[in-house]
Design a binder for this molecule. Sequence first.
Ligand code: PLP
Length: 408
Amino acid sequence: MANSIYKDNPIPVANIDGAELETIAVRAGHQRTHELEHSEAIFPTSSFVFNSASEAAARFSGEVEGNIYSRFTNPTVQAFEERIAAMEGGERAVATASGMAAIMSTCVALLKQGDHVVCSRSVFGTTNVFFQKYMSKFGVETTFVELTDLESWRSAIKENTALLFLETPSNPLCEIADITQLADLAHKHGALLAVDNCFCTPILQRPLDFGADIVIHSATKYLDGQGRCIGGVVVGSNQVMEDVYGFLRSAGPTMSPFNAWVFLKGLETLSIRMRAHSESALIIAQWLESKESVETVFYTGLESHAQYELAKKQQSGFSGVLSFRIKGGREEAWKLIDGLQFLSITANLGDTKTTITHPATTTHGRLSDEDKVRSGITENLIRISVGLESVEDIKKDLQAGFISSGLE
Ligand SMILES: *Cc1c(COP(=O)(O)O)cnc(C)c1O
């Protein structure tokens, strides 16, 4: 009777119909086994057994629902999928091995040879490489446009445009796209809009509410938020997700049960973490902005941000990532970074630990000089992902960096 413990006879945990986002983040997707464990169970198993040959046949034919093999479904992974789908306000989510696997699975599942994609120029570097180098091999052409310029999106659209893809806010300059406008534009031309919601998470922004069709996450960032696991997820309507799921099941970049469990636990603290990240980042951004040695600070929470009003309309907080240009060049930027005592020099972001990086020579180092200029990735630009340490200690450490850079 091993099979019946969980899938065939789940014990509902609680009724959270109509609950707020913070409650959903803690409780959605949870079913108990007959052991009545309080925390979510983890099912680190590659396959599932059947009580009889006929039951095996019934499961394989789909006549009886149930787990077969963890590349298809796994209860821990499903719990994570249900929770994040509920948080994004989507019908269904599909978890993947990484953020890039989420992007790849979406594109391969939904696009075909001869289709055209319009993509923001300001996307994660590897996303750019994926479209330019790999989708093009299969006859899917991509046009890159200015994230904030609606006209540039409009004029890039062709008869065969099937997908618009963007991140908002963008990395590292924190530019924002108006999701409603771009969703309208996509739908007028029969295309889908996909939003990589990695920076905000559903706590601060829910792109589906503004008309986007697909939300993508690198769960590696804020969803885990503690730098432990690589993972990704795609959220959308049942119809769209059926295709993504079909591809994933056939191609295989699925999420492991262990990682799904870590992400489930990450979601439970996401709301307080995002608010704390946002609060500290605003303090750091304002402090940087008051400095003589700083040329510009890019953070959506600053009133000086060109799209501050749009940020307030679309987001309920401003996240922890910001960047700034110093009055100097690569030498001063590197010296500032090397003069830090504890901030982590790493390209990762969305972590409890504050991270710092020089985009021009790391995350965006693969861009051509021309693309760097066009994307504003200058040699004097530094990006910080503000963590959950004491904000006074973060300031103190940055100040040590400013002093050793010779800027102060
Ligand atoms: C990190 C990141 C990705 C890729 O995610 P992985 O989990 O590293 O594969 C995609 N988009 C954004 C915005 C990211 O920051």
